[in-house]
Design a protein around this ligand. Structure first.
Ligand code: ADP
Ligand code: MG
Length: 463
């Protein structure tokens, strides 16, 4: 009938516009490498901020003692306590709590957000036993993982450039986030100092390196997306400080803000962007990361509901609510292996209050999820190829069979198997078998928090 024809036409158009043939992905990777050079050349005005992290030494395995970490992502934050055993002994023990961030605090004031976080931190410390007391005269030390763009001025200071991922707290922009956190900690009466401020990518890189010395880059695919890698200090024209002894500097790319004419964008992406809290920003993030994938699917479904009456004569009210279809629900539907797609049926019913769907309608939904997730995953792979190109690890060098390890983390990567499989297969496809053999993607489980604790240890005020 006419309505199925209309629905198919919309899906076909989406599929074409979301197309990511290998050639296009190569162009994206090349553009990423070009933007990396540009961001390293000068400060400001660039798509890729290529932020100098002040981390010029990654963990060696010798770090020792009790350290804390606070990991503020986009959805939750975690407080960790890590007992590092020192040379060859690894992590002796670790404890953590995870707390969700109330939505009103994401768009409130800086003090309200940091007071809330500091209070949870103080509660966590208050619960610990006598054996966790720091030695007399010593402060507890914390590594702060803060997953938003920060212009660092040292290993433990930096000003917030802008918010991303649903956060919008005006009075925090331009402020030193370590000062804000430290003041809030002080207000709770807790005696703790912030020894390292790190992006989650840097934390993941540090956590990954602790376990595997071949780790040279880290990528986060969670609520948002970002990457970090180890650069040669001499290849950073905008760095005017002393050359670090190691000759290296870790760079926080802030790749979520990547943009290129080669990116396959649709009308749904344009409207999502225009109506977002940060229009024009974070375009790469808005097509590949967890905060947005479900929302893109919802927008396509709205159009099909409107123009092809997919769910009957009216558009289901819950479908019209922005961000009502979350990526975990999308991935559950996409990965529904039952013959009658009962997970899809349940999700439609429970999440969007759409009941009595036919199998044919449910198949359409799975197809939509597949189109949107595939585009995201393939572009994420192109981003990784761009970083490997910049590192000169995208080709096999004669007589070398050095392994290159990329640490991956984030809820999207961890839980959306179709997505991560597609990303990894695409990377193989782009690299070719011979080079692919030398590249390893390693899941760095909660590396971002542990990495911050490790960096707090190596930048401790008590050397
Ligand atoms: P953050 O990025 O906020 O630090 P995480 O790395 O834990 O936090 O990622 C959380 C994000 O991962 C969620 O916002 C969601 O988009 C995505 N996610 C979590 N679970 C799933 C899932 N089962 N399927 C797909 N995506 C998921
Ligand atoms: Mg995180």
């Amino acid at each position: 009938s006419g309505r199925w024809a209309r629905a198919s036409a919309i899906i076909k158009e989406l599929e074409e516009k979301c197309g990511t043939p290998t050639e296009k992905l190569r162009q994206v990777a090349d553009a990423m490498a070009v933007e990396m050079h540009a961001g390293l050349a000068s400060e400001g005005g660039r798509k890729l901020k290529m932020i100098i992290s002040y981390v010029d030494n990654l963990p060696t395995g010798n770090e020792k003692g009790l350290f804390y970490a606070l990991d503020l992502g986009g959805t939750n934050f975690r407080v960790l306590r890590v007992h590092l055993g020192g040379k060859g002994r690894g992590i002796v023990s670790q404890e953590f709590i995870e707390v969700s961030i109330p939505e009103n605090l994401m768009v409130g004031t800086s003090d309200a957000l940091f007071d809330y976080i500091a209070a949870e931190l103080a509660k966590f410390v208050a619960k610990e036993g006598q054996d966790h007391q720091p030695p007399p005269g010593r402060q507890r030390e914390l590594g702060f993982t803060f997953s938003f763009p920060v212009l660092q001025s040292s290993i433990n200071s930096g000003t917030l450039l802008k918010w991303t991922k649903g956060f919008s707290i005006d009075d925090a922009v331009g402020q030193d986030v370590v000062a804000a956190l430290s003041k809030a900690i002080e207000r709770t009466g807790l005696d703790m100092c912030v020894s390292a401020l790190v992006n989650d990518t840097i934390g993941t890189l540090a956590g990954g390196r602790y376990i595997n010395q071949d780790v040279v880059a880290a990528v986060i695919l969670g609520t948002g997306t970002n990457a970090a890698y180890v650069e040669r200090a001499q290849a950073i024209p905008k760095w005017h400080g002393l050359l670090p002894k190691s000759g290296e500097m870790v760079i926080n790319m802030e790749w979520g803000n990547f943009k290129s004419a080669h990116l396959p964008l649709t009308e749904y992406d344009h409207s999502l962007d225009t109506e977002s809290l940060n229009p024009g920003d974070q375009i790469f993030e808005k097509i590949i990361s967890g905060m947005y994938l479900g929302e893109i699917v919802r927008r396509v479904l709205c159009r099909i509901a409107e123009e092809a009456s997919l769910f009957g004569d009216t558009i289901p009210p819950k479908l019209k609510v922005p961000f009502n279809l979350r990526t975990p629900d999308m991935s559950a539907m996409h990965q529904d292996a039952s013959s009658d797609l009962r997970v899809v049926r349940e999700k439609l019913k429970n999440v969007l209050e759409i009941s009595n769907t036919s199998l044919k309608v449910r198949k359409v939904i799975v197809e939509l999820c597949n189109i949107v997730a595939t585009r995201g995953a393939r572009l994420a792979a192109a981003g990784v190829l761009g970083v490997l190109k910049k590192l000169g690890r995208d080709a096999v060098k004669d007589g070398e069979n050095k392994k290159t390890v990329v640490a991956l983390d984030g809820g999207l990567y961890e839980h959306y198997t179709e997505y991560s499989k597609c990303m990894e297969n695409t990377l193989r496809e782009l690299l070719g078998e011979e080079v692919a053999e030398t590249i390893v993607i390693e899941h760095s489980n909660d590396g971002s928090g542990i990495g911050a604790a490790l960096l707090a240890a190596s930048h401790s005020q008590y050397p």
